[in-house]
Design a protein around this ligand. Structure first.
Ligand SMILES: C[S@@+](CC[C@H](N)C(=O)[O-])C[C@H]1O[C@@H](n2cnc3c(N)ncnc32)[C@H](O)[C@@H]1O
Length: 197
């Protein structure tokens, strides 16, 4: 993630009348979870954040218990959603990372790329797009009447070739009643809605 694309929620939040906020892929210091937590603090809106990483759990636990309407769960988005029953009005999907250099020789990868995927067992981009698709399909089932789904790190042209986290989830949503409301070239943000803005 590069730009602070999660702040785009501010444009849609006043329209989203019911449901919880959900972030899948949480606090590694880039600011999204703290930003969402600040948004719900002192309001009636609930925030749920999910990530399987010990590092992330330690970060989030520093402030989660101060905020009654914020719940962090240390697990994957797919497992969390398989048990979740509440309506969702906003979901930020920035989880299983995509490796833009997967097809390049490994000895040319930057150290940060190697570090990024080191937390994954047998990392693959196929798995990245599969889990984001699975999560999107589960969120669509729980979506409030007015719901926004936002993907990070999703690049390309919908008519030609999409790459990144939302590469298969975005086309699936578009075929199932959702429409694109924002595409950000910088940082690869892709935002969809199930209602007319
Ligand atoms: C790019 S980082 C998230 C950054 C975060 N949004 C921020 O702004 O600080 C991706 C995260 O996805 C997590 N992750 C990997 N697979 C996941 C899955 N299946 N479900 C939920 N989170 C996952 C990783 O542990 C990692 O912390």
């Amino acid at each position: 993630m590069g730009a602070k694309l999660h702040t785009k929620i501010l444009e849609y939040l006043p329209q989203l009348s019911e449901g919880v906020l959900l972030e899948i892929g949480s606090d590694r210091g880039e600011g999204s979870t703290q930003f969402f937590a600040g948004l719900v603090y002192g309001t009636d809106r609930e925030l749920y954040a999910v990530d399987p990483s010990d590092f992330v759990a330690a970060n989030v636990m520093q402030y989660e218990h101060y905020i009654d309407n914020f719940t962090f769960t240390q697990t994957t988005g797919e497992i969390f959603l398989s048990k979740f029953k509440k309506k969702i009005c906003y979901a930020y999907l920035d989880n299983y990372d995509y490796n833009n250099w997967e097809n390049e020789p490994k000895n040319t990868w930057e150290p940060w790329v190697i570090e990024m995927i080191s937390e994954y067992d047998n990392h693959s981009n196929a798995k990245c797009v599969q889990v984001h698709l699975q999560q999107a399909q589960m969120i669509a089932k729980l979506a409030a009447d007015k719901c926004i789904i936002q993907f990070d790190d999703t690049y390309g042209n919908i008519d030609e070739h999409l790459m990144g986290k939302g590469a298969t989830a975005v086309p699936w949503l578009l075929e199932n009643g959702w429409h694109t409301v924002h595409i950000s070239d910088e940082g690869g943000g892709w935002i969809l809605a199930n209602y007319d803005l």
